[in-house]
Design a protein around this ligand. Structure first.
Ligand SMILES: Nc1nc2c(ncn2[C@@H]2O[C@H](COP(=O)(O)OP(=O)(O)OP(=O)(O)O)[C@@H](O)[C@H]2O)c(=O)[nH]1
Length: 241
């Protein structure tokens, strides 16, 4: 599903044309938070390993990638969402695209900057928005305190992040996107794993692996045997009648 009003930025690894295997799992993640907390930087860091300093304010890009998560191949889509502040002119438009994104995604990164207390305060309403949209589902959510390298400018103590996450029942991690690719990667990988587990659970069946073999052509021996069986039971019922 494409989200309306959102451009698509495909950092796409081509899907291999394997003869007898098809990719079976989609994982749809969304990254939400106030403006300038580092949502785009985090996403690009995860997908390219690089930290790129400056981005245009983002209006909502969808990134797609094939990833390997603990041996399981996933078709990962990450929706980067526009940052919002409650005073901005296009607040309702932004909230509308965030709402669509919240409906669409299966796992969420809620990001604030440790240097911006208001961005921390935006996490709870975003969290409630997600819970409202998915009242019955145990949607995986990770709260991320980003810009952990800017300790001199810290406005949000780490224990406030921990406290909020405990209260909301989600996972919390403080990271620096600029300093650690590994930390960023761990967050995304964790969320992929949780969504993938949940999908298994929700489908009510254990899918054997991330790849499902294409159906094979019918077994001729088996067809002949069943045909014979059908003929003999017909013959029996004719002789009885
Ligand atoms: N020092 C430091 N700067 C960071 C970090 N992560 C992001 N930034 C910087 O923060 C600024 C905002 O980053 P973006 O990724 O554009 O933030 P965003 O949340 O996508 O912002 P919007 O597009 O407005 O929603 C950029 O100048 C980044 O270089 C970090 O971990 N440390």
């Amino acid at each position: 599903m494409r989200l309306p009003n959102m451009s698509t930025n495909f950092l796409l690894t081509p899907i291999p044309e394997s003869s007898d295997q098809v990719i079976s799992k989609d994982v749809k993640l969304a990254i939400l938070g106030s403006s300038s907390v580092g949502k785009t930087a985090m996403t690009v860091r995860y997908l390219t390993k690089r930290f790129i300093g400056d981005y245009e304010p983002n209006t909502g890009n969808l990134y797609s990638r094939l990833v390997n998560n603990e041996g399981e191949q996933l078709f990962l889509q990450i929706q980067d969402t526009p940052g919002y502040t409650q005073v901005q002119e296009d607040f309702f438009q932004v909230m509308d695209s965030i709402s669509k994104c919240v409906q669409w995604a299966e796992g969420f990164l809620l990001v604030y900057s440790i240097t911006d207390y208001a961005s921390y305060q935006a996490i709870r309403p975003l969290y409630q928005h997600i819970r409202k949209a998915h009242p019955d589902a145990k949607i995986p959510i990770v709260i991320v305190g980003n810009k952990g390298d800017l300790l001199h400018a810290r406005q949000v103590p780490a224990n406030e992040g921990i406290q909020l996450a405990n209260e909301l029942g989600s996972i919390f991690v403080e990271i620096s996107t600029s300093e650690s690719f590994q930390d960023v990667s761990d967050v995304f990988q964790h969320l992929c794993k949780e969504v993938s587990k949940l999908n298994l659970h929700c489908n009510g069946e254990r899918r054997r692996a991330s790849v499902i073999p294409r159906p094979r052509s019918p077994n001729m021996q088996d067809l002949k045997r069943r045909f014979k069986q059908a003929l003999s039971s017909k013959a029996k019922s004719a002789s009885l009648g």
